[in-house]
Each structure stands twice: as C-alpha cells, then as structure tokens.
Design a protein around this ligand. Structure first.
Ligand code: MN
Length: 366
C-alpha cells in the first residue's frame, strides 16, 4: 500500500492538485469512480468535482459516472445543474488532462479505463484496504467512506471564501440542487448505512457535523436511502426465500443462476443489498450472495460485522476483497458449488470450526 497510510494527515489536496495541474500545464481534470457506482462513489466524485469547480474556476472539471448508479444517489445527480453531463463520456480525446479516481480499489474497476490510461497525471483517493496503490499519487486511508477521506483533505475555509459574500453556497437545502458538501455527506451516509457503521473516535461524526454546518440538507439526503417500491420488497422476499444457512445458521448465502434471475426479473440492485440485510440479522454473522452475472461468471458480495470474520482476508486467496466487513468477488467457474465449498472451507479454517467437508453445504444448489 502507499506510504500515505503511515500519516493520515500528510495529504494536502489543494497543494497536490495545484502542483499536478501547474507542473504539467493542465487546464482540465476528469474525475472517475468504480463500476456499478454507489452513493459513496458518486458522492466522492461529484463532491470533489464541485469543490474543484468552486475553488478553481480556471480549470475545466468533468466528473464521469456509469449510468448504473444506485437509484437514490442518481436522483441527486439528476438534479445537478453544474454537471448535467455526468453520465456521458467526457471529450477526453485530444485533451490534455489530469485524472482523479475516487473510491476505486483496482484499475480494473475504473469506469473510463481509457481516460485513466491517457491522462497526463493521475491521483487516486480511496478507502479500500486492498487498494492496489496505483496512480502517480495515491491517498488511501481505510476509513468507512471515501467521501470522509475527501472531506478530511480539503480546505473548507478556502471553499467558503470561494463562494463570496454575494454568491451563497446554495446546495440542496437552499437552492434545490446539490453542491460539494451535499455530495460528500451523501457518500458518508451511504457507506455507513446512515451512520450505523462508524469507526471509534468520532471522526465520522465530526465530518458530518462540519458538513451540516456548511449547509448540508440531511433530511433531503437521507431520503436517498429509502427508494424501494412495494414491487422491490416482493422481489426481496423472493430472494431471501432462497437463502441457505450453514454453521448453525451463522453463515447465510443466496445462490442465483442467470436463468433464475431472468425468470424472476432479479436485477443487480435487487441482489446487491441482500447480503447486508442477512448480515444485520441478530442470528447471522456472515452473509453472501452469489449470482451469475454472465454465463459461468459469478459475482459475490460478502458482508459481516468485520469482527466475527474479516471478509477481505476471507476473499483474498480467491482474488477478491474490499473491507473488513464488506467485500466482493468476481470469478469464472463452471462449478459454482465447488467455489461455495471452498469459500465455506476457508470460513471454517478462519473460525477454527471442524467437521467433514460435507457439513459445509448441506443442501444441493438447485
Ligand atoms: Mn466506498
């Protein structure tokens, strides 16, 4: 991992950014995030885009997000008057620009990989334990959200001064369209699930209260957490009905083939939150979903409290990972049952549970 981990406060975004732009004589910056962006990816990228736009009006800023953005955050982004083109690929060809990548652990997960590759200078800001330490500069600190990391490296006095007396900061609360502080708050809200998961020491609440002081509309943003329809809940019911439980019920998982998903109209956004719901059950410690994204390509999402088992360590041998309590894995396999067995075997090893292999998965997959 990058050296910056050693000293969390050593990173001064404004100094780094100014140096990057001036030394390469750049006038444009493109801000990227990960595939299937969530509230934190969007909040980080758009929050930073707004900050740069406000503080450095001499530069052209292009945030770029995949349209697969989660529904709630997407509503906020759709109301954005500054960056209405956020879902369209920016005009990078023939342009000299810097690329800033937010909330993305590996180069492979960047949406706009070509944009990243052709940038004159790159900066990565992230919070994933397994960040590859890529980019010319890489600031990765394992906090709960990337947005909190961005909050901590920005100069808010500079931002306030940039607004000027006659031009208030606006934001969702005042003007009905989101600004830098709204987006960073949005990112924190989503990656902590409404502050249910925060680290010790109060840094997240400090950031949240500071952002509120700067004008965040909490009520409007918290609504982005609850965007399910009745139909969504019925699908959730059907997916939860497929859950299998092992290790005295402590581990729960849902296995879905492409055929099953197509027949029942289960989409990525229906499946993705399921492991979180299961993990939050009082009698479940680890939960995961495994679904066939493409034929024989299995996409898995793991959730724990981060203490009972470290999901990043659990998945590293399989080529996946992420955070202590939330990790992902994408793997090609013609034998998904075997993959589940191997994962459950590793759970047993890590938790020192013994028993014959056949105990791990009691029921057949179909
Ligand atoms: Mn994140």
């Amino acid at each position: 991992m990058a050296d910056e981990h050693k000293n969390e406060n050593s990173f001064d975004f404004c100094a780094e950014f100014e140096d990057m732009m001036h030394s390469r004589r750049l006038e444009s910056v493109i801000i990227l995030a990960h595939r299937n962006p969530d509230g934190d990816a969007a909040g980080s990228a758009l929050g930073l885009a707004h900050y740069i736009r406000d503080v450095y009006p001499q530069f052209q800023v292009y945030p770029y997000l995949s349209e697969a953005l989660d529904k709630g955050p997407k509503r906020v982004a759709r109301a954005d008057k500054a960056f209405p083109q956020v879902f369209a690929c920016p005009p990078w060809q023939g342009l000299r620009y810097a690329a800033i990548v937010c909330d993305t652990a590996t180069k492979e997960r960047i949406v706009g990989a070509e944009i990243y590759q052709n940038a004159q200078a790159t900066l990565v800001i992230d919070h994933h334990l397994m960040n590859e330490a890529y980019g010319d500069r890489n600031y990765t600190v394992p906090r709960e959200s990337c947005a909190e990391n961005i909050f901590s490296i920005l100069d808010w006095e500079k931002w306030k001064r940039a607004q000027g007396d006659s031009d208030p900061a606006g934001g969702l609360g005042q003007e009905g369209h989101p600004n830098a502080v709204d987006y960073l708050y949005l990112g924190m809200l989503h990656d902590t699930n409404c502050f249910q998961r925060v680290g010790q020491g109060g840094a997240t609440f400090y950031a949240a209260s500071k952002l509120m002081e700067l004008g965040v509309d909490h009520k409007a943003l918290v609504k982005t957490m609850h965007v399910e329809t009745f139909e969504d809940l019925k699908k959730r019911h059907a997916i939860l009905g497929r859950a299998k439980r092992v290790f005295d019920g402590k581990v729960a998982y849902v296995f879905l083939t492409k055929e099953d998903c197509e027949n029942n109209h289960f989409e990525y956004e229906d499946i993705h939150p399921i492991s979180g719901f299961l993990r939050d059950c009082d009698d479940i410690e680890l939960a995961f979903t495994m679904f066939e994204e493409e034929p024989d390509l299995w996409r898995c999402s793991f959730r724990s409290d981060g203490e009972w088992i470290n999901t990043n360590e659990l998945l590293n041998p399989f080529g996946g990972g992420g955070h202590k309590g939330a990790s992902g894995l994408r793997k090609k396999s013609k034998e998904p049952g075997k993959l589940i067995d191997e994962i459950l075997k590793r759970v047993a090893e890590m938790k020192c549970i013994d028993g014959p292999d056949s105990m791990f998965r009691k029921e057949s997959l179909t």
